[in-house]
Design a protein around this ligand. Sequence first.
Ligand code: PLP
Length: 347
Amino acid sequence: MRYLAVVKADAYGHGMPQMVRRLMQSGIDCFAVANVAEAADIRHMGAGWPILILSPLLPEEDQLLVDHDLTATVSTLEECERLNELGIDHKTEIKVHLKIDTGMGRIGIWHSQAPRFFERIREMPGLQLEGVYTHFSSADSDPDFTQIQRARFLAALDADVPLPDDLLIHADNSAGIDSLSAESPFNAVRIGLLQFGVTPYPDSALGRVNVEPVFSFHTRISLIKDLPAGTDISYGRTHQLARDSRIAILTAGYGDGVPLGLSNCGYVLIHGQACPILGRVTMDQTIVDVTECIEAQIGDCVVLIGKNQDKEITTSEFSQKANTIPWETLCSVTKRVTRVYVGSREL
Ligand SMILES: Cc1ncc(COP(=O)(O)O)c(C=O)c1O
């Protein structure tokens, strides 16, 4: 089974160079990214690594496939013809993976049209078909539909068109591998979220693998003050103190990646205690209730995501409270937040 490491969007916010260097030492087979700029960044870090671009290219980006020795995803005849000409012009073969749409409704040739498409690609001397893949829309929530997508994909491959022996055949994202059968023709997986230690949904069988999250998110207390009952808190006056309270001001807001969605419903950990977020999260500051947390002091570390004494806020719980998904949470931590890499000195 080949492992395509999905490191788009700055490796899900973890830092592309650091994650790519680590993955280069971890036995992966190929990197998968969203666009040519991300692919070029990886190419500068190491020659020879296969790099698959998952999104369609703009025509003016095609030349970069040759310049950086990259692999494109194709799903229309127009793209194939463009890249075929590019390959012929450069007396080379442009490496491509054909994407098949089995129900995602995004990119990919519609599955029933795929067999004819294989034939067309075979006739193009400027293209080398290295892989074929599909993408699941609901592997984390709808196993029945995932099975329908698998069946559509395999039926498209089963047509009478001979395919290269070493063709990479892949579908599975993190949630997909829950239902991946060892006997199937799939010979590669495309993993993003799980490689950062976050399982795609709470009751995933992968949860039993006991993965360790790579990421934690911390801020600090910059100010503490006492306010009387009845005081309105933050923009829009969405919270009114029900009792005399001690509040702490945290040095992070939505400008750092604390979602507005946590206003009045999230909490943070300080000295192992859950402290509720009061009122609207603002751009640079978040206000929390520390009335019960008598040890709280200016300068204290505050955990937004991660472990604190015997408590933990997971990326999934944080995301659920903010009415978003772990993928978005991880991608939303902004450049303003200092990244500290622990235990990675060799990187
Ligand atoms: C085409 C494609 N494949 C694989 C992945 C990886 O998915 P996950 O992070 O759920 O493993 C993504 C993520 O967005 C994707 O867009």
